[in-house]
Design a protein around this ligand. Structure first.
Ligand SMILES: [Zn+2]
Ligand SMILES: [Zn+2]
Length: 393
């Protein structure tokens, strides 16, 4: 374990025990009652004001000191995944069947709690910091729910920061990189509406099957021919429904196709939405039928703001050492709804090492575990970030 100036061993031991306790009691999105209760209690005990009721189980802790006018928010997530934990020899293994902390949100929660307590003790800054404990990051819309419940109205901020653990990076190291970190993730459907007819008399109908075939063949030209070749993008058709194998002499009225699209910038994301629709409409028109297109915006990309990233980088370097912070790291095709916060105000999302991926256990693997050796690094990063961002005069 790395030594942390001003952060005693007893505190890290307490945080480690708490991390394992939360690990043993995983809760799914919007059901984090136990976890949220622990967070509220520990913040209150530290003299931090606590606001509940945002996004059901979400908690916001606020520390305001001095007359500094800058306001920042730090975000951790609290939810677990609906999957079984398969590790055999883990003393603090999940006690709930079919639920597991397989993304390290147990560690994220504890590190932010540790930093909040440390900052409340030290009183070493001037300004306002909000500690966001977000529910339901894993695809259930926790960030959106907190924002819809008025997060930014109640807690206006100048910048927001997020942190995620990353297996494969040492626990005393971080990666802090400007620009795109995580892809957007959206869904789309196209329903081709033709006129069904006898399979032997296609000329009496309007064939939705052929239009759908045309559409599928051309779909990949969106990325290949329409999107800037220097901009990453993915469009995939993943489901298709039409006709019946019990009626192979019937040309169906409807063919429904659905899929996903991913991008690393808001502009490319907008372009994909437009192009898929235009192609669907064009394919339908070619065969004299109609297409009903729907695009469901689920998750914006996480794109790190340049200035905010620079601030996070300075904090990471001060906390862990200049040689312990990577400034280049490949973006991930996964998503994180931290993007909902960072599309409203400048944001930076950073990676904290989780040590080697033991037995290949990456995020969402049934053998994954948050590495407690990273706790001290994470607490130190958050604490340093606040002290630098809200430097006392
Ligand atoms: Zn995850
Ligand atoms: Zn995660």
């Amino acid at each position: 374990m790395t030594s942390t100036a001003g952060h005693d061993k007893g505190e890290i031991e307490m945080l480690t025990a708490l991390r394992r306790d939360i690990h043993a009691h995983p809760e799914l999105g919007f059901e984090e009652l136990r976890t949220s209760g622990i967070v509220q209690k520990m913040l209150a005990e530290a003299g931090i004001s606590v606001q509940t009721g945002l996004g059901k189980t979400g908690v916001v802790g606020t520390l305001k000191l001095g007359d500094g006018s800058r306001r920042i928010a730090l975000r951790a997530d609290m939810d677990a995944l609906a999957m079984p934990e398969m590790a055999q020899d883990r003393a603090y293994k999940s006690t709930v069947s079919g639920k597991m902390h397989a993304c390290g949100h147990d560690g994220h929660t504890v590190m932010l709690l540790g930093a909040a307590r440390e900052l409340a003790r030290r009183k070493s800054f001037s300004g306002t910091v909000h500690f966001i404990f977000q529910p339901a990051e894993e695809g259930r819309g926790g960030a959106k729910a907190m924002i819809e419940d008025g997060f930014f109205k109640q807690f206006p901020v100048d910048a927001v920061y997020g942190l995620h653990n990353m297996p494969g990076i040492a626990t005393d190291s971080m990666a802090v990189v400007a620009g795109p970190q995580l892809a957007s993730s959206d869904r789309w459907t196209v329903t081709f509406k033709g006129i069904g007819t006898h399979g032997a008399k296609p000329h009496l109908g309007r064939d939705a099957m052929t239009a759908a075939g045309q559409f599928l063949t051309a779909l990949h030209t969106i990325v290949a021919r329409r999107v800037d070749p220097l901009q990453p993008a993915v469009v995939s058709a993943c489901a298709m429904e039409a006709g019946s194998f019990e009626a192979l002499n019937v040309i169906p009225d409807l063919v429904k196709i659905g899929g996903t699209s991913r991008a690393y910038s808001a502009a490319v994301r907008d372009q994909l939405e437009k192009e898929i629709g235009a192609l669907a409409e064009g394919s339908a028109k070619l065969y004299g039928i109609e297409a009903e297109y729907r695009y469901f915006r689920q998750m914006p990309p996480v794109v790190n703001d340049r200035d905010t990233t620079r601030r996070a980088l300075a904090a990471a370097q001060a906390a862990l050492g200049i040689d312990k912070v990577m400034t280049e790291f490949p973006p991930s095709t996964a998503g994180d709804d931290f993007a909902m916060f960072s599309q409203e105000v400048p944001g930076a999302y950073v990676w904290l090492g989780n040590g080697p991926a033991v037995d290949g256990a990456l995020h969402h693997n049934s053998h994954y575990d948050f590495n407690d050796d990273a706790l001290a690094s994470g607490v130190k990063f958050w604490t340093t970030l606040v002290e630098q961002e809200l430097a006392a005069a």
